[in-house]
Design a protein around this ligand. Structure first.
Ligand SMILES: Cc1cc2nc3c(=O)[nH]c(=O)nc-3n(C[C@H](O)[C@H](O)[C@H](O)COP(=O)(O)OP(=O)(O)OC[C@H]3O[C@@H](n4cnc5c(N)ncnc54)[C@H](O)[C@@H]3O)c2cc1C
Length: 369
């Protein structure tokens, strides 16, 4: 019998498993397919800066608490797995394309309020620092503390570190039901049988409502499709993340560039559309004209798990003494994964919580049939 069963082996489930196993707990993770193949693989891996002392909202607090954990988290994973997750402090340029950012000054002000270092660039400074940008772009800000991680490598590192820590990893094991005794979940049911544990964590990303429905629980969480286009160049003209509104370019150290992303409610559909791919390529060229020469590598889409108010559900589920939820991280799941793992460990091990879980309570979006 395990201490903890985790349903879902994306970045959230595996990060929690790693954190709990480091604490000496016996942990099992179940995924209906191979681990880390959904949103956690598809995302861009941007890690925007934020300072905890400046955070004024629960979401801002969570982001700011997670950001400083990344360097040590990445180093530990590399030591244990031998895999470099590509964590990098690459800096970020935010620019104003008119259709993306309507009120530039308040956008800049909002960034300053996060406590991040913000360097404002006028058109002259922009030409000097970023000659690769389109001449149509007249203003920008530079965020020297912006980071990035390579999701697929991060998932491999996490998986390997979990295995090193003795986590019991069940790929191709969909959880199709639960074993219960009164107000306790005693086990999860998979095609290979019932696996028992003292606590159960639901980390099924956009599929969490389906998992909860097997307990007669309805959960307000929807998949939001995001498409990404991958280009490459032998020598990239820039090395910092470039953002304009909700779209961005993320350069990797091997000459690849991710262009993201679209945002659409399309159920569980992960097809790329002509409009989505063409729109992203047009966006990239309008920001960095030199990308006209880039090679088209491929495109993909992933499903961001969006809760009722875009904040994750973190904490115990009413009606059960030992059921915990960690899902709904929407656009920030990579960034928020270290703090999510830490908070769920604190909850399970009955330690003092670094952040109150009240704003992330499952009561916001959960109803019983
Ligand atoms: C295009 C795009 C760009 C993004 N960019 C960023 C970014 O730059 N920075 C950032 O921080 N975040 C980003 N995100 C968001 C981030 O990727 C997600 O928030 C995060 O991956 C969610 O992780 P998860 O583990 O909850 O979900 P997932 O990775 O979707 O994992 C859920 C897992 O549960 C499994 N599962 C489902 N049902 C069952 C079942 N019944 N039994 C067992 N297993 C089951 C699935 O197979 C899956 O592996 C982006 C997302 C997308 C799509």
């Amino acid at each position: 019998m395990m201490d903890v069963n985790i349903i879902g082996g994306g970045v959230i489930g595996l990060s929690i498993a790693y954190e709990l196993a480091k604490q000496g707990l016996q942990v099992a993770v179940f995924d209906r397919q191979q681990f880390g193949q959904e949103a956690s693989w598809a995302g861009a891996g941007m890690l925007p800066p934020a300072k905890l002392e400046c955070a004024t909202t629960p979401g801002g607090q969570l982001r700011a608490a997670s950001q400083p954990l990344w360097p040590d988290w990445s180093r530990r994973l590399q030591e244990e797995s031998g895999i470099d997750n590509g964590y990098l402090n690459c800096g970020g340029l935010h620019v104003a394309l008119s259709e993306d950012v309507t009120d530039w000054q308040s956008y800049v002000e909002d960034w300053r309020k996060t406590g991040a270092v913000v360097e404002e660039l006028d058109s002259v400074a922009l030409r000097e620092q970023a000659p690769f940008l389109s001449e149509q772009i007249q203003s920008g800000i530079y965020l020297p503390e912006m980071g990035q991680v390579r999701n697929p490598r991060h998932m491999k590192a996490l998986l390997s570190a979990c295995a090193q820590q003795g986590v019991s990893l069940h790929a191709g094991s969909p959880v199709v039901g639960f074993e219960k005794a009164g107000e306790r979940i005693t086990g999860v049911q998979t095609p290979s049988g019932v696996h028992q544990a003292g606590q159960t964590v639901i980390a099924g990303g956009a599929w969490s409502p389906e998992v909860l429905s097997r307990l007669g629980i309805q959960c307000e969480l929807i998949p939001v499709q995001g498409q990404i286009v991958l280009l490459s160049m032998p020598r990239l003209p820039f090395c910092q993340v470039i953002e304009s509104g909700r779209r961005y370019l993320v350069p990797r150290s091997d000459g690849k560039i991710l262009i993201g992303s679209t945002e659409k409610q399309a159920g569980f559909n992960k097809q790329n559309t002509a409009e989505g791919v063409a729109g992203l390529i047009a966006f990239a060229q309008s920001v960095v004209p030199g990308l006209k020469e880039a090679t088209f590598e491929r495109a993909w889409a992933g499903l961001r798990p969006k809760s009722i108010d875009s904040l994750p559900y973190l904490g115990r589920v009413d009606g059960y003494q030992n059921l915990i939820m960690a899902a709904g991280h929407y656009r920030d799941g990579l960034q928020l994964s270290p703090i999510t793992a830490k908070l769920i460990r604190q909850l399970i091990c009955e330690e003092e919580l670094s952040i109150s879980l009240e704003p992330f309570s499952c009561r916001r979006g959960i109803q019983f049939d």
